[in-house]
Design a binder for this molecule. Structure first.
Ligand SMILES: C[S@@+](CC[C@H](N)C(=O)[O-])C[C@H]1O[C@@H](n2cnc3c(N)ncnc32)[C@H](O)[C@@H]1O
Length: 383
């Protein structure tokens, strides 16, 4: 079985969550830098990581790295990489993404075209071809240049891992599925505890929580670009990894997960998405205004992504809306609450200082993940 160095990019600020997930899958993390975690693995790891990682954006096979401050160095460095070990003579290959941080070379289009030329030069010699038909499978290359160090990866995921396949219908401002999963992992929530999202939109938090509770791998119902690369990740390896993920699912788990939204269409969308994900039996969705939020039960968790003004509502409505959220939360005396938002007045409006406040980038938007911790159940406190 082929061995690889793998790179999993993720949201900035959530590397520690991804690192834990990779360890839990049984792989050794070799490096963690801003926005990506590297680990050692084989063909099986490529398949299992793509299917099983809830918080990564994609899984890349590292082709190599080198330093480049001129385009000549970029060309030579790229040409020196063993492309023939990865791309067959009929493969379609392109640098689909080049990003540059604190580096001399920064023009993505120039980086992309120079690297493609260098790859062609190398493969021409290796395959003894003067022209490449590129009629075979896709081999997308992703490159990051950080402090003039070029890291070259072959993307094994294709469509970003954020897309599980269940969110055919989206809300007005949906949270990325892998971001929702990572935030859930940052809370002490467990399948045996209550979870409520009072602003559920398309249902991402409740669905991700239900999938986690049922031990359903996020990628079990989709495919990946590397499923076509028999030479790099064998078909039987994929089959075994999918079988393993399917066998692990336990839909008999008892859950108390609820999603509410003021907008009836959103509630219908959330239900449809949960059905597509196969976890609709584990979640209760209902139309409800936050002002009516009342819950039986103790030690529950509110985990939510309320409106935050940028894209949806007028900013002026936010203090009152977050004030209502705070008031409803206080009435649930032993509950905890976790809120992701870019609204800077959250603590003032909720009426309480957060126990923790983590800065997280949601794409280019700076957001905060506020933790308002409640009491722990008696048993847990003693243990
Ligand atoms: C940022 S979106 C949530 C997106 C959601 N996390 C998702 O992934 O789709 C905020 C949601 O709050 C809902 N909302 C706005 N005002 C509300 C209120 N007073 N009570 C309950 N829901 C409300 C909106 O309809 C919208 O779906």
């Amino acid at each position: 079985m082929r061995k690889y160095e793998l790179i999993a990019p993720c949201h900035f600020g959530l590397e520690s969550v991804l690192k834990r997930e990779i360890n839990d899958l049984g792989y050794d993390v070799t490096e963690t830098v801003d926005g990506r975690v590297s680990f050692a693995g084989d063909e099986e790891a490529v398949a299992r990581a793509n299917i099983g990682l809830r918080t990564a954006d994609r899984v890349l096979i590292k082709i190599g790295s080198f330093k480049a401050v001129t385009y000549d160095e970029l060309f030579e460095g790229t040409k020196a990489l063993p492309w023939e070990d990865y791309i067959p003579s009929d493969g379609r290959f392109n640098v689909v993404k080049a990003s540059s941080i604190k580096s001399t070379l920064f023009s993505p289009s120039d980086i992309q075209s120079i690297m493609k030329k260098a790859m062609v030069e190398r493969l021409k010699l290796k395959y003894n071809l003067s022209w490449f038909p590129e009629t075979g499978h896709d081999y997308p290359i992703r490159v990051t240049i950080l402090n003039d160090n070029v890291t070259v990866g072959l993307d094994t995921s294709g469509v970003t891992l954020q897309k599980r396949g269940y969110r055919k219908l989206t809300a007005k401002a949906p949270i990325a599925e892998n971001l929702a999963a990572a935030l859930l992992n940052l809370t002490p929530w467990h399948a045996d505890r209550i979870l409520v999202d009072p602003f559920c939109g398309s249902g991402t938090f409740p669905i991700e929580a239900a999938m986690k509770a049922a031990n359903m791998a996020p990628g079990v119902n989709r495919d990946f670009i590397a499923c076509d690369w028999n030479d790099l990740v064998g078909r039987s390896v994929w089959k075994d990894a999918f079988d393993e993920a399917r066998e692990a699912i336990d839909l008999s788990v008892e859950t108390d997960i609820k999603g509410y939204d003021l907008d009836k269409d959103m509630v219908d969308i959330a239900r449809a998405n949960a059905r597509l994900a196969g976890v609709d039996k584990l979640i209760h969705f209902q139309q409800q205004d936050i002002k009516d939020l009342r819950q039986p039960g103790h030690y529950g968790f509110i985990i939510t992504n309320p409106p935050y003004g940028e894209r949806l509502e007028e900013k002026k409505d936010l203090p009152a809306l977050y004030g209502t959220l705070g008031e409803r939360f206080r009435a649930l005396s032993d509950w905890s609450m976790f809120v992701i938002t870019s609204f800077e007045g959250t603590e003032a409006a909720v009426g309480r200082k957060a126990d923790k406040n983590r800065k997280i980038y949601n794409g280019m938007m700076k957001t905060y993940f506020y933790s308002f911790m409640g009491k722990k159940p008696e048993k847990r406190r003693q243990s």
